[in-house]
Write a protein that binds this ligand. Structure first.
Ligand code: PEP
Ligand code: MG
Length: 570
């Protein structure tokens, strides 16, 4: 069968369970004015019922990730703007409730997409799904999730992360998806569950019938239908050998550093978003945390955590790690995907909202509290703090001013903060362009390839039918430019984001001058293996070569060229 993109590696063999998420189709139906009140009531009641169902699901789920998605759906359902639009369309244009819901949610998405709001880029799929749920409620139809009571390979055209997490995932041994995107939330959820998964498998729902035995070899991007016993045995044996031997030579001491060709120290760090992920680090050697996404801690609370509560958590994180560990906390990076329930959508803007003074003040006061708590906890070890989504020079100056004022306040309270390094994420094209100037203000950079790719390529992180973890010449030039500016200013640069999980790019990244790589815990061993099993080299004419690249394939060829030189030189 035609292969797709491997999301999570591994091997699984089981009978297929098919889930076809039929798109809901709606034709525009005009009703008479006398029917409008009735349709309005139907809309209100469908909305209330949908809300109750979502709230029930929030209560029933034990998965934090599922809860986050469900809570975001409730927020969209309650949005007063969309409620008004739909009600007016029914009452004044005399459209049936389902036509009005379909039309208004579609217009809502188009409108937000056209304003280039990052919000929708992440949530288009979830909003569409919510509109479809409402329409099905009006029709008294339901999305019926498959009944799964035995081990299976889940085969679907598409599925939302919340739907997926509502299935008995302990029975799902593998996932094949017709659509999907490598950076989507479903991909992130699947990586966290470690279920072998392949996306973008052409017509998989048509080719596979329920009960067909499917062997998913997500090490080699291969799918076998009704495989012979010998094939199952061979594939599983190879996978077993791979598991047993692959990283046996990685030891915690080796893991800490490696010398780059210029004598500098290279290190592999971890991306972490929760306390449970932190525990996983105990069995994965790394030399620190390169990205702690603090917004997830806010999302676990039902109300905004106090400064003291935050301090206790940050201190616990610092205390739970070996003392040599450096922990990089990113200040909260709220957006529609990562929005605590107690914050409204306007307040999700990160720190640089100058559109609304009230929101700006509120966001600032949350940030001030967070910085105070972090600086207090910095006494416990080696800490870095970084601001996300920086785009403008004066915005960063203001943030640094705030940071310095909190440091002074803390000192006046009798607390001497640790030696904290202050940095920023370079993840917007504006941040890249201004990187020379920004480098003069901070101690370090961290390049966030997820946002940098989506904003550079104007790609929808969630939905685009494209490999978002593929490096393109434009993004590579941006990375190159940023690293050059940082190195000229002697500012260390880390790179985080899903792109780094493509370990084969490591020789190219090292040649560019990158020395810190931060990856999800799942990828730590693989990165360490790559780092330790190669002798990296410098490429004198790399800059010209990068400027001659036209396609993603050219980048792969350049990387192969570097790897060939590495073999020849060593
Ligand atoms: C990024 O944008 O690359 C990044 C690491 O941040 P996040 O994925 O949390 O937006
Ligand atoms: Mg980001």
């Amino acid at each position: 069968m035609r292969e797709g993109f491997v999301i999570t590696e591994g091997v699984a063999c089981a009978p297929a369970v098919i889930f076809h998420n039929e798109p809901v189709t709606v034709t525009n139906t005009v009703i008479g004015p006398n029917k409008a009140p009735e349709e309005l009531k139907l809309y209100d009641s469908a909305r209330e019922k949908t809300q109750k169902i979502l709230e029930q699901e929030i209560e029933n789920t034990s998965s934090k990730t599922a809860r986050d998605f469900l809570e975001a759906a409730v927020l969209y359902l309650q949005d007063p703007y969309i409620i008004e639009q739909i009600s007016n369309t029914i009452a004044k244009k005399y459209l049936s409730a389902e036509s009005a819901i379909f039309q208004c949610y579609s217009a809502y998405i188009d409108e937000l997409v056209s304003t280039n709001d990052p919000f929708v880029m992440h949530n288009e799929f979830e909003i569409r799904n919510l509109a479809e749920t409402l329409i099905l409620e009006l029709r008294r139809q339901k999305v019926v999730l498959p009944k799964i009571d035995h081990d299976c390979i889940l085969v679907c055209n598409n599925i939302t992360p919340a739907q997926f997490l509502n299935l008995p995932t302990e029975h799902i041994k593998g996932v094949l998806l017709e659509d999907g995107n490598t950076n989507s939330h479903l991909a992130i959820v699947l990586r966290s569950t470690k279920i072998p998964a392949i996306f973008n498998v052409h017509k998989v729902c048509k080719v596979v019938t329920p009960g067909t035995v499917v062997l998913v070899d997500a090490y080699n991007n291969k799918i076998y239908l009704n495989p012979l016993d010998e094939i199952i045995w061979t594939v599983k044996k190879k996978a077993g050998e791979r598991k047993a031997d692959e990283y046996a030579h990685i030891t915690p001491m080796m893991a800490q550093y490696k010398q780059a060709p210029d004598g500098e120290c290279m290190r592999i760090l971890a991306n972490v978003g929760s306390m449970s992920e932190l525990q996983r680090l105990a069995s994965c050697p790394s030399s620190g945390i390169g990205l702690f996404r603090t917004e997830f801690l806010f999302m676990q609370c039902t109300q905004e955590p106090s400064e003291e509560e935050q301090y206790q958590v940050y201190k616990r994180i610092m205390d739970s790690l070996p003392h040599r560990y450096q922990v990089t906390f990113r200040t909260f990076d709220f957006n529609a995907d990562k929005l605590p329930l107690y914050m409204n959508t306007a307040a999700m803007l990160s720190i640089n909202s100058d559109e609304d003074e009230h929101v700006d003040n509120r966001t600032r006061s949350i940030l001030a509290k967070q910085l105070h708590a972090l600086l207090r906890a910095s006494v416990a070890g080696s800490m870095r703090i970084m601001f996300p989504m920086i785009a403008e020079y004066d915005e960063l100056c203001e943030l640094i001013e705030l940071y310095q004022s909190i440091k002074l306040k803390l000192k006046s309270e009798g607390v001497e903060p640790g030696d904290v390094k202050l940095g920023i994420m370079i993840e917007t094209p504006a941040g890249v362009v201004m990187s020379k100037e920004l480098a003069g203000l901070v101690d370090f950079f961290s390049i966030g390839t997820n946002d940098l790719t989506q904003y550079t390529e104007a790609r929808n992180r969630e939905m685009a039918n494209h490999r978002n973890d593929e490096l393109t010449p434009a993004v590579l030039r941006f990375i190159n430019f940023t690293v050059q500016n940082a190195r000229a200013a002697k500012v260390p640069v880390c790179i985080c984001g899903e792109l780094v999980h493509n370990v084969e790019y490591l020789p190219l990244f090292v040649a560019l001058g990158l020395r810190e790589f931060s990856v999800a815990p799942f990828y730590l061993n693989r990165m360490l293996d790559m780092m330790h099993s190669n002798q990296f080299i410098e490429i004198p004419d790399l800059d010209e070569r990068i400027h001659a690249l036209k396609t993603a394939k050219d980048i792969k060829n350049l990387n192969t060229y570097i790897r060939t030189l590495m073999v020849a030189e060593n």
